[in-house]
Design a protein around this ligand. Structure first.
Ligand SMILES: [Fe+2]
Ligand SMILES: [Fe+2]
Length: 457
């Protein structure tokens, strides 16, 4: 039994082929374009399902699906993209063409991908009662992930060939720098885990990071930062992988609590800001900085409560989490939203401008978060005078809580642009005063000014 999976983004492909493998126990054949997938369809023995992204260079999903229809392949097709199908002639009858056809959001809503794969497999088994499913015995895990652990929760194997795996570490064995280095010098970046232990491994990674985080006091910034960055990466991967799970929610909440503790243990914000620069990646760094500033500001608003901090922090953690291309986010910020100056292509820009709504959807699908966070997330790029995106909202439609976030977010962008130089403070504040002149925006800006010991205006 086989799955054909077409996706042009390499990182996504790696994550989801792991996920598809785990869900189906089928061999997952990866393709980076529709045309490449078509060439594989020509010899399609034991094919259970086709999973495809929509936009891909060299043959998108319409090319691939057209081929499936014209050749009457009778195989379920999972379109893994939120693309509006009404706009494409080829997909007009998609949902009725085959009982196993599904459209799945990216990232998938909890359980939807599982259901689609299960349905495709039961269809395949009905059609092919004689084929015995081959269970993939080993699943890959990145060396980078293993390096975050002090001991391994499962046996770890190294792949010699498709048929041969050799055990390198026993369950419970210590993982130290020496062990990791040994594989690094051999250019091995993936090790393998037995299929039935895979979930235990992932859960152990999350638990041990949570544990580390819970036992840190807020004072050692470097330690907290390092653990938070790891968690951010896992949450982001898991979100793409399986949607919002209980563990992801718990991780987010704990990270946010630790951030709030850290902010409270370090009332002098400037220290925190200076020390945030790290190699953990722009989105993480940026998200944490926004949360520090927004929480700090909430102490200077007459309407704020303890809840306000939690909401702002979770919003900060989540607001850019669906951005795939960190470089574009950074370019956009560095040019203060001037996409022409940033040299961002129209296609990239369209994709980027969807992120507030994508992330807000993810938040609103999460039942255990406090209310209002999706609003902040969906509005975080809106600006006064309808100058923001994606909805170009007028100020009266932007909530007071969102204005706190937007002002904090703009401040962080401007600090980045000016490389955190103290002598640029006045210039930054002048820019902000010219943008946030009235109403709730002005009140929020005044909270920021108080926070950084400047006179209100
Ligand atoms: Fe952002
Ligand atoms: Fe953003």
């Amino acid at each position: 039994m086989k799955i054909i999976y077409a996706e042009d983004d390499e990182d996504l492909r790696e994550l989801f082929s792991m996920k598809l493998q785990a869900l189906s126990n089928a061999e997952v054949e990866e393709h980076e374009s529709g045309n490449s997938a078509i060439s594989a369809l020509k010899n399609n023995k034991e094919l259970a399902v086709i999973v495809s992204d929509f936009n891909m260079p060299d043959g998108d999903a319409t090319v691939l699906y057209k081929y499936v229809k014209e050749n009457k392949l009778n195989i379920p097709f999972i379109l893994f993209s939120p693309e509006n199908l009404e706009e494409h002639e080829t997909f007009k009858t998609f949902k009725n063409d085959h009982p196993g056809n599904r459209q799945i959001d990216k990232p998938p809503q909890k359980g939807t991908l599982d259901e689609a794969i299960a349905s495709a497999i039961s269809f395949f088994k009905e059609q092919n009662p004689d084929v015995v499913a081959v269970v993939l015995e080993y699943l890959p895990v990145r060396l980078k992930m293993l390096a975050k652990l002090t001991k391994t929760p499962t046996d770890i194997f190294i792949k010699i060939s498709d048929a041969k795996y050799v055990k390198m570490l026993h369950k419970g064995a210590p993982v130290d720098d020496g062990v990791i280095e040994k594989y690094k010098v051999k250019n091995i970046d993936k090790l393998y885990i037995k299929n039935d232990q895979y979930e235990a491994f992932i859960n152990f990674c999350m638990d041990s990071l949570l544990d580390k985080l819970l036992h840190l006091d807020g004072k050692n910034l470097d330690e907290v930062k390092a653990v938070q960055a790891d968690i951010f990466e896992i949450v982001q991967n898991q979100l793409i992988n399986i949607g919002m799970s209980e563990t992801v929610i718990a991780l987010t909440k704990t990270t946010v609590e630790s951030s709030i503790k850290m902010i409270e243990a370090n009332p002098d914000l400037t220290d925190l800001l200076k020390n945030m620069k790290s190699d953990a990646g722009y989105t993480y760094e940026h998200s944490m900085l926004v949360s520090y500033v927004a929480c700090g500001m909430s102490d200077h608003l007459d309407w704020s409560t303890e809840d306000t901090k939690e909401k702002l922090s979770i919003a900060a953690f989540m607001h850019d989490i669906t951005i795939k291309d960190q470089d574009i986010a950074l370019k956009y910020a560095m040019n203060d939203g001037d996409d022409k100056a940033a040299g961002i292509k129209q296609k990239e820009l369209n994709e980027f401008e969807k992120h507030p709504l994508d992330a807000a959807k993810l938040v609103s699908n999460t039942k255990n978060f406090p209310p209002d966070i999706d609003k902040i997330v969906s509005q975080h790029h809106e600006l006064p005078l309808s100058k923001g995106f994606p909805r170009k909202l007028t100020s009266n439609l932007i909530t007071p809580l969102s204005t706190v976030f937007i002002v904090a977010h703009k401040y962080i962008d401007l600090l980045y642009i000016n490389d955190f130089q103290a002598e640029k403070t006045q210039q930054i504040l002048d820019t902000m005063k010219s943008k946030f002149k009235s109403g709730n925006f002005r009140k929020s800006l005044n909270a920021l000014l108080t926070l950084i010991h400047q006179a209100e205006f």
